[in-house]
Design a protein around this ligand. Structure first.
Ligand code: SAM
Ligand code: SF4
Length: 507
């Protein structure tokens, strides 16, 4: 069977950061793969290396399928997790997954709209499918996710080969939409829901390491950051039934998984009330429930909005060893004036206090962030404030972008996108360079320390080496000996590259 490797670079604006971060993975992968792996950013939440990845299930069940579907996913981890839900819905209809688009009768692109470039990549990809569709009678092509939601039925006019347009809250209607499209009619469902969480659907796990997995705990976002399209494409925030989340994590643990990442655009505002109103569960309570499943199950979460992460969450992290000491706390800008225009609802000073509180309660907490350069009206002074805040917070990881105006957002309606592109990019390069220096210093500090590492697999660089992560989400490589995937191993760090700690197991 010929395999299609669906990797596409859809966010070259963060290419700078990818290049500077590639050492993170260098130790794990062969030099011959450097140019592909350069985009293996050090994130599991928005993983550049997985952009455009074609779906393949982690386990092949015994089920036989009459039809095949092919799906590529773009954007954030929530989108990848949604593709697992789509795979589950299609499985019920007799569709099995394939990584070979040519043998599929249904091609789906699960899309992202966060930056303009993300949409351009999908449009280019659609043109590449034209030929395959012409050669395969009856083949249907569908666009799912945020781009479907943003452009809606207009996509059918703009992209003639598209048969289905399905928004993130409408995946349950996929079987009916496919049947309708099969009769030659184009079909669209982009209705956003206030209730849909897909809580009762067991996602079919994407091809992964069988050790770590994502679990969506909520959908949508109520925050209305002025630059962001998410509230328009993924709708209002709603929290998933806490017990269905715990069940999903229990099942994962029973199937050998040893780490779950609880996913949401703003996990700290998770708030679930039972139907009879007798029970309410906050994010801290949910974290505790998942942590209690088994001490061997590591728990991570993403993303935390700085305005919402509470002491209750920090104390829960402290209480359970298996809740990882790692927080993704996007700052976006270090200037209070820009933060206000961004509608982030915190100031520079407030953010700094949050960082101080995290460091006070959890001194060894890993910290990462998102930064946008060149937002509307950003001056050199504002930019310097971003740099100084980065120096203060000393992030281990940063996801750095230059501002991309999105149609329909508050910023597009209220402000002028007035920072020239070359200035946005120059500032981004400065942010990336500073981040590289800081993260390198952070890595050097770890040399000589011993960490508990969850093994995720064999290093691609050498069969004799394993790789995993410590609590703070740093990648550690060490000699295999008799250890295997899913083991916890105490590893003493002996050296490092800019992105990888290198050590030896200790007893
Ligand atoms: N909900 C998360 C939060 O509040 O941090 C992040 C969601 S968004 C999918 C991921 C990141 O994309 C944001 O934190 C922001 O840095 C970046 N982003 C969003 N809209 C953008 C835009 N219009 N231009 C550039 N970067 C953008
Ligand atoms: Fe977008 Fe802000 Fe919501 Fe994050 S919190 S998804 S940046 S609106």
């Amino acid at each position: 069977m010929s395999f299609y490797i669906g990797k596409h670079i859809n966010h070259p604006e963060i290419l700078f950061s990818a290049i500077l971060s590639f050492c993170y993975f260098y130790y794990l992968f062969l030099p011959s793969k450097i140019f592909v792996r350069m985009l293996d950013l050090d994130t599991k939440v928005h993983d550049e290396s997985r952009q455009g990845e074609a779906f393949a299930p982690a386990t092949t069940g015994t089920q036989t399928y009459t039809k095949k579907f092919y799906i590529e996913s773009y954007g954030c981890a929530m989108n990848f997790n949604d593709s697992e839900i789509v795979a589950s819905i299609l499985g019920e209809e007799g569709y099995g997954p394939t990584r070979n688009a040519e043998e599929a009768s249904l091609i789906l692109l699960n899309t992202c709209s966060i930056r303009e470039k993300a949409e351009q990549t999908v449009r280019k990809r659609l043109t590449e499918f034209k030929k395959i569709k012409q050669q395969t009678p009856g083949m249907l092509v569908g666009v799912l996710g945020c781009m479907a939601e943003r452009i809606k039925g207009k996509l059918l006019e703009e992209e003639k080969l598209v048969d289905l347009v399905v928004g993130p809250d409408a995946y349950r209607s996929l079987p009916a939409l496919i049947a309708e499209a099969g009769t030659g009619q184009k079909s669209v469902n982009v209705l956003l829901s206030r209730e849909e969480t897909y809580g009762d659907i067991s996602p079919v796990r994407l091809d992964n390491n069988g050790v770590t997995s994502f679990v969506s705990i909520m959908r949508g976002c109520n925050n209305m950051c002025s630059f962001c399209v998410v509230p328009f494409t993924r709708g209002r925030e709603r929290s998933r039934d806490a017990y269905s989340i715990v069940r999903e994590a229990e099942d994962l643990f029973a199937n050998g998984y040893r780490e779950v990442t609880l996913l949401g655009q703003n996990v700290d505002s998770y708030y679930w009330t039972s139907n009879d109103g007798s029970e309410t569960i906050t994010f801290a309570m949910l974290l505790e429930k998942v942590a209690l499943i088994n001490p061997l199950l590591r728990v991570r979460f993403s993303t935390s909005h700085p305005k919402d992460i509470t002491d209750e969450v920090l104390f829960t992290m402290l209480k359970y060893d298996n809740i990882c000491n790692y927080i993704h706390l996007p700052v976006q800008s270090g200037s209070s004036r820009i933060l206000q225009l961004m509608n982030r609802t915190y100031t520079r000073e407030w953010y700094i206090k949050k960082v101080d509180r995290i460091r006070e309660l959890i001194p060894d907490c890993g910290l990462s962030t998102d930064v946008i350069t060149g937002f509307c009206t950003e001056t050199e002074e504002d930019h310097q404030e971003t740099l100084s805040l980065m120096r203060y917070a000393r992030y281990d990881l940063s996801y750095m972008y230059f501002y991309s105006e999105r149609p329909g957002t508050l910023a597009e309606r209220r402000y002028t996108d007035d920072v020239p592109e070359e200035v946005k990019k120059r500032r981004l390069a400065e942010v990336v360079a500073l981040h590289r220096d800081i993260s390198q210093e952070n890595m050097l500090k770890e040399v000589g320390q011993t960490f508990k590492v969850l093994v995720e697999g064999t290093s691609k660089r050498s069969d004799e080496q394993l790789f995993g992560r410590n609590d703070q989400n740093k990648v550690i490589v060490f000699p295999k000996e008799n250890f295997k995937k899913g083991d916890y191993v105490m590893v003493k760090v002996e050296s490092c590259t800019s992105g990888t700690l290198i050590g030896k197991a200790v007893v």
